[in-house]
Design a protein around this ligand. Structure first.
Ligand code: OTU
Length: 605
């Protein structure tokens, strides 16, 4: 296959950028062209369209500010910078964390104290008027939500974060736009070109053929995957809520528009993008329309384009899918895809181990996780703004009954310590980390100490597994479930809001008081972060070894040559003979350790 020359890319660039652009195109141009040809090569005018895309890429590279070009150069020299043991992430809503962009800037001190170097701010672009799925229904890719500030405030926040050594990650909602986004509005007004940005069917015949093999993300609040829109006189594909219209990536114009939107945000100083709902980008009859090869081709083309225009920028895949489908989102040694991917089954399996007091599911997930390709990393986390959907563990659990038992446990049944809130007819669970770990039900200091140990255990796994650990807003302060959302008719049906309350200033003020829950959790996580930073074998790329811990409640996870995490997921005290579990080289007195209930021990040598 003949790869087109980069003439149109270079034509619009000032000459001092030519050498870089040439060498990046030499490295990534072939992937860009091949993937796009795979997706769109059959359509008329493809080559001319590709040339126009190169010209657009040139314009965006030419518009990149000098400060960001410097970051591109720095990161090109150290492409695995984000896989370091020094990285720690934090995820928050702008409104709930600091009320506005300016307020978030005022919280930089808190992030630095916690050791954070990567801040994921949940969607902050202008959302749909009315209900908007926590900002995941976008009316604009270019203007921020006026309730949070101005575009200039965002620029100032990017700069302030960069000066503090914190990379800003923004959501890029790839799969859909809101029904009041200009593309949707244009389609409704009869613009035939914009109608092609969506999957619109004149009657139920195609939807009825797709539906039997599709899943349902919100079966209660938004059943089905198609919505009848009268103004279009047709059925629109809406995987999520009816007001979120899936984009039609079979249309090459959609790819070009979304890629350009990403690069414009990158030129404002956004350093990483959480690519929302990556699994759903391509549709094929008879399939689940998830994880299809074309969805990967889209992401690989996007990565190649970013590598040419803004190589310092990171792409992070959000794909809530079974373990076997996760590694593809990081690509391979041959073709890079995203730099980062959420390890969602590891997250769910950690909680499952707590419920079952048994690590078998967790060990299977770990064993099913292959080594990382070069310069790639997992995102390891224990909670986020979404629910924990237990069905992603179906392959490892092998039975629905087992998953129901885990869900029941977190919904407080059978004398459980957890206070989660059911979601999606009980197939998923919401709640803050502290409420799931038992802080709401703890009535004695001993029980509170057990809760703290459970939180440390789960965070300790995220901090040592081999990835970029991501804290969820408020979890660093032991924040509990907050039920105020039930009074809001736009939110009451969606229990995910139970873990999305505003950061409590009182808890924040108590963060240094170790006698209270907020201070105890904050202190424990800071200690953990400091230990992680001092251990180079905890960098994401270091090899991982599961030892046979004999007792099913124990996880024994070694990293590199120097680190071993021993974690007891049960209420029992467990004595371990290190030689017997193949860990004799970690010299401890008498070769034996006792792990108390829910205790975690990090051995280093
Ligand atoms: C993502 O989530 C977001 O994280 C959610 O907050 C949004 O509602 C959703 O997309 C639509 O934009 O499967 O891979 O609660 O785990 O919706 C995409 C279910 C997703 C989420 C699911 C999710």
């Amino acid at each position: 296959m003949q790869i087109p020359a980069p003439d149109r890319l270079l034509a619009v660039l000032p000459s001092h950028l030519h050498a870089d652009a040439r060498s990046r195109y030499a490295e990534h141009g072939a992937t860009l062209y091949r993937r796009l040809a795979q997706l769109y090569g059959g359509s008329a005018g493809f080559d001319a369209w590709y040339e126009d895309l190169l010209a657009l890429a040139g314009q965006l590279l030419g518009a990149r500010p000098a400060s960001l070009l410097a970051i591109d150069a720095q990161r090109a020299a150290q492409p695995d910078w984000f896989a370091s043991e020094h990285m720690l992430g934090y995820s928050a809503y702008v409104a709930q964390f600091g009320s506005s962009f300016k307020g978030v800037a005022e919280r930089i001190g808190h992030l630095q104290e916690a050791g954070v170097s990567y801040l994921h701010l949940l969607p902050f672009l202008r959302p749909r008027a009315g209900e908007n799925d926590g900002g995941f229904a976008l009316a604009s890719f270019d203007d921020v939500d006026p309730a949070l500030g101005t575009n200039e405030d965002l620029d100032a926040l990017c700069t302030a974060l960069r000066e503090a050594g914190i990379s800003l990650c923004a959501d890029l909602v790839l799969n859909h736009v809101a029904d009041d986004h200009p593309w949707a509005v244009g389609a409704v007004q009869g613009d035939a070109r914009l109608r092609e940005f969506f999957h619109v069917f004149p009657d139920r015949s195609m939807p009825d053929r797709y539906e039997p093999t599709l899943g349902q993300v919100f079966p209660q609040a938004a059943p089905g995957n198609f919505t009848y829109v009268e103004a279009l006189d047709g059925w629109v594909w809406t995987t999520f809520y009816p007001f979120q219209w899936d984009l039609n990536y079979a249309n090459r114009a959609v790819f070009a528009e979304v890629a350009a939107a990403l690069l414009r945000l990158a030129n404002r100083g956004v350093e990483a993008f959480r690519l929302d709902s990556t699994a759903f980008l391509w549709k094929r009859e008879g399939s689940s329309c998830m994880n299809l090869p074309e969805a990967h081709a889209i992401l690989q083309a996007l990565r190649a384009l970013v590598s040419i225009v803004a190589p310092g920028v990171l792409l992070k895949a959000e794909a809530i899918v079974p373990t076997r489908d996760l590694p593809a989102y990081l690509g391979s040694a041959d073709t890079a895809e995203c730099h980062l991917a959420y390890h969602s089954t590891l997250m769910a399996a950690g909680w499952a181990a707590l419920a079952e007091q048994d690590t078998s599911l967790l060990r299977e997930v770990i064993a099913n996780t292959p080594p990382l390709p070069p310069a790639a990393s997992w995102v390891t986390y224990i909670r986020c703004h979404d629910d924990i959907g237990w069905k992603i563990l179906a392959e490892e659990a092998r039975s629905q009954e087992r998953l129901n038992g885990i869900a029941d446990f977190f919904h407080g049944r059978h004398g459980s310590f957890a206070r989660g809130v059911a979601f999606q007819s009980g197939r998923a669970t919401n709640g803050t980390a502290a409420s799931l770990a038992g802080f709401e039900t703890a009535s004695t200091p001993e029980q509170a100490a057990d809760c703290l140990r459970r939180l440390v255990l789960l965070h300790g796994l995220a901090f040592s597994f081999g990835g970029l650990p991501l804290l969820y807003m408020g979890d660093e302060l032991g924040t509990l479930n907050e039920h105020g959302y039930l009074a809001d008719p736009g939110r009451a049906h969606d229990t995910r809001w139970v873990q999305r309350a505003a950061l409590d200033p009182a808890r924040l003020a108590q963060r240094h008081d170790a006698s209270g829950a907020a201070g105890a959790v904050f202190g424990a996580l800071r200690t953990l972060a400091a230990r992680r930073q001092s251990q180079p074998d905890l960098a994401a790329g270091q090899p991982r070894t599961l030892l046979h811990a004999v007792d099913p409640a124990v996880l024994a996870l070694a990293r590199g040559e120097r680190f071993l995490n021993l974690s007891n997921f049960s209420a029992r005290s467990i004595e371990l003979d290190l030689a017997a579990i193949g860990a004799g080289q970690w010299a401890v007195d008498g070769g034996r350790v006792v792990l108390g209930p829910w205790a975690m021990l990090w051995l280093e040598r």
